[in-house]
Design a protein around this ligand. Structure first.
Ligand code: B12
Ligand code: SF4
Length: 467
């Protein structure tokens, strides 16, 4: 029986979220093609030798590598190791989706899949295993002679309810359960896992689109609440989870669907706590109360910036500051924690605007905040407009590392921005309102590890420089 070897080269910035996309692809390939599948996940053992050993032990007929832009360097090394053993390589995930041509330029890679990998992979695997090459919808394919068959469109899985359960048996689930910290501020050491209920995002934030559109499309496709709750029940039965976190981009886009989900979850009697992300204008108090009644304990909210000029003028977020303040206040009154996502250092953002954002976030009754340094991801609208406006943007994708370098000359240089980022965390978390959450996080080994990991990311001041 032929074998597929899937690789998740997460050497940098590991998290407690298991590679759900790869686990789904593995399950689909097993069910539809009857192939054997093995997964090499470097999250807990980030060494190239681990990947080489995986190839030598598992001897896959084809290798598939999941790549986000931040993983590109290690992914290409993993691909080269496979090619050196004569194994054809398929690349998939956000980076090949955004830049299939650039991905295929690497000699070791034979195919770059656009967006959802399930359908293209089912066509590609037999083809590559037999040493053939040809056109495939949703993938760019390269023959052994270097001839490339491009593809215009991604090829989406038609019905999400027809996807099998992820291949958990191929993932080190106990390691993820103990590394998971999404709901640590709710209860110290809470056992939980990530889950996906939908694909597609209809919104148009300039720092994100059209990457997400290319990945999953703009149309929201949701799983039936019953199927989703079955998966949650299976996770509880097999792994004893006490909570879960939705990786969906905007969980509350479709109000009726959320209400049905709450009904089904409530009726299941599973008694779990959970969290999700939303846009502040898409969750009314009544809906939040209904979600809270069936276990919602944390809400992630994209705030990005407190100044309208940056949030709307640059990021095109489409959410007012009033809506953000209101939603945080409602959550606070319902006992739902909130996690704000913010970015510092937009192309021409001034120091006073950054400081204003830090103060505005600190004032809100939000339990947590993530202050990232802005990076224009290649392929996004903002990357394009910045280039049209004359910003010199680095062509080296390894410069698009959130935590290390700056791929353009910003008004505030990276060193100062990093100082501002430290100040933001200090200011936000020194407020007594957040001390109990911090204490709960520090009260579990996983929480403490996650805290240490975050500190290591924000503390270096001088890593890299501007492009
Ligand atoms: C949850 C999430 C996370 C989680 C971790 C997810 C994980 N398992 O590692 C956390 C919070 C840790 C995270 C971190 C980051 N993330 Co993130 N994340 C997401 C999010 C919201 C959902 C991912 C998900 O689970 N999707 C559901 C599963 C089913 O889809 P999937 O994994 O993408 O897999 C499908 C396809 O991609 C494809 N595919 C994937 N692998 C492969 C392999 C092969 C061989 C093939 C054929 C196909 C294929 O097929 C799969 C099934 O259809 C996405 C946005 C989104 N909606 O996708 C952003 C997203 C992936 N993240 C992004 C970014 C930028 C980051 C960070 C840099 C953010 C930061 N400031 O820290 C870090 C980078 C971490 C790293 N080491 O790479 C970007 C990536 C952009 C890019 N060009 O790479 C995205 C697209 C968001 C965005 N719009 O900007 N992230
Ligand atoms: S940032 Fe969130 S809401 Fe905005 S386009 Fe991306 S996924 Fe959609």
């Amino acid at each position: 029986m032929p074998k597929l070897g899937l690789v998740f080269p997460r050497f940098r910035y590991p998290s407690g979220d298991y590679p759900l996309g790869l686990a789904l692809l593995a399950a689909v390939v097993r069910r539809e093609l009857g192939w054997e599948v093995a997964i090499c996940d470097t999250t807990f053992d980030a060494r190239l030798e681990k990947i080489a050993e995986f190839y030598d032990q598992e001897k896959p007929d084809v290798v598939g590598i999941g790549i986000s832009t931040l993983m590109l360097g290690e992914a290409l090394e993993a691909a080269a190791l496979a090619a050196a053993r004569g194994i054809p390589v398929v690349a998939g995930g956000p980076h090949p989706t955004t830049d299939p041509q650039g991905t295929l330029a690497h000699p070791a890679i034979r195919a770059a899949v656009l967006g959802e990998g399930e359908l293209p992979l089912l066509e590609l695997l037999p083809m590559l295993a037999e040493g053939r090459a040809g056109p495939v919808q949703g993938a760019w394919v390269k023959g052994l002679d270097g001839l490339v068959w491009p593809s215009e469109h991604r090829h989406a899985w038609p019905d999400l309810d027809d996807l099998p359960l992820p291949a958990w048996d191929l993932i080190d689930m106990p390691a993820y359960l103990s590394a998971w910290g999404q709901l640590d501020t709710v209860r110290s050491g809470l056992r939980g896992l990530n889950i996906s209920g939908a694909r597609g995002c209809p919104f148009s934030c300039s720092f994100c689109q059209p990457v997400l559109d290319r990945m999953f499309g703009k149309k929201l496709r949701q799983r039936a609440p019953e199927r989703l709750v079955e998966e949650i029940a299976a996770l509880k039965e097999r792994y004893g989870i006490e909570g879960f976190w939705f990786t969906d981009d905007t969980f509350t886009t479709n109000r009726q669907w959320v209400e049905r989900f709450c009904d089904v979850l409530g009726a299941s009697g599973l008694d779990l706590v959970w969290g999700c992300t939303t846009r502040a204008n898409l969750i009314k108090p009544e809906l939040m109360a209904r979600m809270q009644a069936v276990g919602l304990r944390k809400l992630g909210i994209g705030m990005e910036s407190a100044t309208e000029r940056v949030r709307e003028g640059v990021y095109a977020k489409g959410v007012s500051l009033e809506a953000i303040e209101q939603t945080v206040q409602t959550a606070h009154s319902l006992g739902v924690q909130t996690l704000l996502f913010l970015m510092l250092g937009a192309p021409d953002e001034r120091r006073d605007e950054v400081l204003h954002t830090i103060e505005a976030a600190t004032r809100l009754r939000a339990s947590e905040a993530s202050f990232s340094l802005f990076v224009p991801i290649p392929g996004t609208d903002l990357h394009r407009t910045m280039s049209e406006q004359g910003f010199e943007l680095s062509a080296d994708v390894t410069d698009y590392d959130y935590y290390a370098r700056q791929p353009f000359h910003a008004r505030i240089d990276r060193r100062e921005l990093r100082l501002l980022q430290r100040w933001a965390y200090l200011r936000f978390y020194s407020h007594p309102y957040r001390w109990s959450g911090l204490a709960r996080t520090a009260g579990s080994p996983a929480g403490l590890r996650n805290l240490g990991r975050k500190l290591r990311r924000i503390l270096p001041l001088a890593a890299g420089g501007s492009a």
